[in-house]
Design a protein around this ligand. Sequence first.
Ligand code: CMX
Length: 136
Amino acid sequence: MKVSQIEHLGIAVKSLDEAIPYWENVLGLKCYSIEEVPDQKVKTAFFKVGEVKIELLEATADDSPVAKFIEKKGQGVHHVAFAVEGLEDALAEVNSKGVELIDKAPRKGAEGLDIAFLHPKSTFGVLTELCEDPEK
Ligand code: CMX
């Protein structure tokens, strides 16, 4: 499979309202989009750093994956997302190589991307997202 770049880093925070000023006022980045992903029970805030995006993630429910993550590990880097060409084929390939898929088929994520997660137990502890922009 072909990974073209790190598309974004997902960072779990307790509160977008509390975290965004750090990214804007200290690092000087601009939050260009805030979007809720009801399916994932998260609210997201996006920043661009060169070609890579930062996705801040706030849980919108107690049983959100992000709420569980913060409860167990605290705030911090939650996942790494790689842009791939041909997401369905990439999933079949990683699966054939023994990696456990959380999403067996692509689904819609923030910013209209097609996404799928790989289980951190198969990826040396890093929750990994593969994504593809259907518009490209
Ligand atoms: N990074 C690394 N490890 C993680 C993790 C993360 N983000 N989240 C959970 N884990 C670890 C747990 O600590 C646990 O480790 P131990 O067994 O050593 O304690 C292990 O993974 C499995 O945990 P689990 O109890 O089986 O499963 P959880 O209910 O905690 O769910 C996971 C974990 C990854 C399967 C779930 O969070 C998931 O499906 N994530 C994908 C979807 C997601 O994260 N959505 C939010 C972002 C959406 C977006 O970006 O739009």
